[in-house]
Ligand binder design. Structure first.
Ligand code: FAD
Ligand code: GLY
Length: 381
């Protein structure tokens, strides 16, 4: 019997991405005594590290549904989240509230902008329509071919790698144990009750277990239990560097985006392909990303690509997050399927699940995004 096998946690979180780490912090704040995270690799080095850090409810939203409101409410938590993390860890997560521009280059893009303007103003959101001249005034390096843009002042960005660093620092400072290089192969079950998880290095027992395992959620063995279906969607990003910040805002087009960081990094993203767990950087995708970036800002042509990488977005069967209790099993929970918006959704996901685990009022978002909604949908089909 290994040493690990005799330890028992109040809550065992599997996966140290932005979701697992944010949840651990929230549970600790609620007074949960022993919270442990087990991670198959290193802390925060998968999708959460690969992400662009946009808090892009309006730029990425399609209509004013539950998911959209969940995104907006989570973005609303960010100013306090950033401030608290600074107090708790001395790490500035670089929340940047300059807003986001969404550009049009073709007649089809102009129609797309008009559609977005209509439903978003209809939903009472702040969105401004800008001419080409007004767009250039805000961002002089945008292409002269731009036909106009929308400005979303409430779509922000955060430096997601600093966010991960802050969350990890919080965990280590406040006694949340993180065990790296410990991949969970199977859940430990006693009848229908989940009592822990098993890795090659030992068994970890807990009163409650949370799957925060991103794109890998469906790979864990769980006896007769059905775990939520989540699959990886690869996303490649290329990065440029400039000595001085060229852009102030996040800049979207219908084909790609540029995210300017404080230190001169510019992320140009992102591809999306349903091709399994392969994280190889692909030349063809580099070409597409470069082309989309140059459409937004032709002056980038003079810059070399400084870095590029691939991350795996976790996509659930109905493309919605999966958050809450897995009801066939006692003591098993999931926080996953955040697909393109896990950075944005981390604070609210952590809040609603931590409240649930603490036995407080259940958020209506647990009805909208609980694992059970999939079975209800299936029964209706
Ligand atoms: P992950 O960060 O992948 O973490 C899951 C962790 O679980 C991993 O560390 C993994 O190693 C671990 N794990 C898995 N299985 C096991 C196991 N069996 N045992 C132990 N550990 C395990 N979102 C935004 O909000 N804004 C953006 O701008 C944005 N841009 C993106 C750009 C790209 C290119 C990509 C790929 C994603 C982007 N996203 C963005 C999406 C966002 O990155 C994800 O939704 C989010 O990171 C999911 O967080 P997570 O913690 O669930 O997953
Ligand atoms: N949310 C940006 C992306 O997933 O690429």
């Amino acid at each position: 019997m290994s040493l690990e096998s005799v330890k028992k946690s109040d809550v065992l979180i599997i996966g140290a991405g932005v979701i697992g780490l944010s949840l651990a912090r929230e549970l600790h704040k609620k007074g949960f005594g022993r919270v442990t995270i087990i991670e198959k690799g290193s802390v925060g080095r998968e999708a959460s590290y690969a992400a662009a850090g946009m808090l892009a409810a309006q730029a990425e939203g399609g209509r004013a549904d539950d998911f959209f409101h969940f995104c907006r409410e989570s973005a609303g938590i960010y100013p306090q989240f950033a401030e608290e993390l600074l107090d708790e860890t001395d790490v500035d997560i670089e929340l940047d509230r300059e807003g986001t521009l969404y550009l049009a280059f073709t007649e089809a893009d102009v129609e797309e902008l008009a559609r977005r303007f209509e439903w978003q103003t209809g939903a009472g959101l702040t969105v401004e329509r800008l001419s080409a001249v007004e767009t250039h005034k805000l961002e002089p390096f945008v292409s002269p071919d731009v036909l106009g843009s929308l400005y979303f002042p409430d779509d922000w960005q955060v430096e997601n790698r600093r966010l991960l660093y802050a969350l990890e620092k919080y965990c280590r400072r406040f006694g949340i144990e993180i065990i790296e290089n410990a991949g969970v192969k199977a859940l430990l079950l006693e009848n229908e009750k989940v009592v822990g998880a098993e890795t090659a290095g030992g068994k970890f027992f807990a009163d409650r277990v949370v799957l925060a395992t991103g794109a890998w959620t469906s790979l864990i063995k769980a006896g007769k239990l059905t775990l939520p279906e989540v699959k990886p969607i690869r996303g490649q990003i290329i990065e440029y560097h400039t000595a001085k910040r060229l852009f102030h805002k996040v800049i979207y087009s219908p084909r790609g985006y540029l995210v300017p960081r404080r230190n001169g990094r510019i992320l140009a993203g992102a591809t999306a392909a349903d091709t399994g767990f392969d994280k190889t950087v692909l030349k063809e995708e580099t070409g597409v990303l470069r082309e989309n970036a140059l459409e937004i800002a032709p002056s980038l042509i003079n810059l070399d690509i400084h870095d590029q990488w691939v991350g795996l977005r976790p996509l659930a069967a109905d493309a919605l997050p999966v958050i809450g209790a897995i009801e066939e099993a006692e003591n098993l929970y999931v926080a996953g399927g955040h697909y393109r918006n896990g950075i944005l959704l981390a604070p609210l996901t952590a809040k609603v699940l931590a409240e649930h685990l603490a036995g407080e009022n259940n958020s209506p978002y647990l009805d909208a995004f609980g694992p059970r909604r999939r079975r209800l949908n299936a029964a209706e089909a």
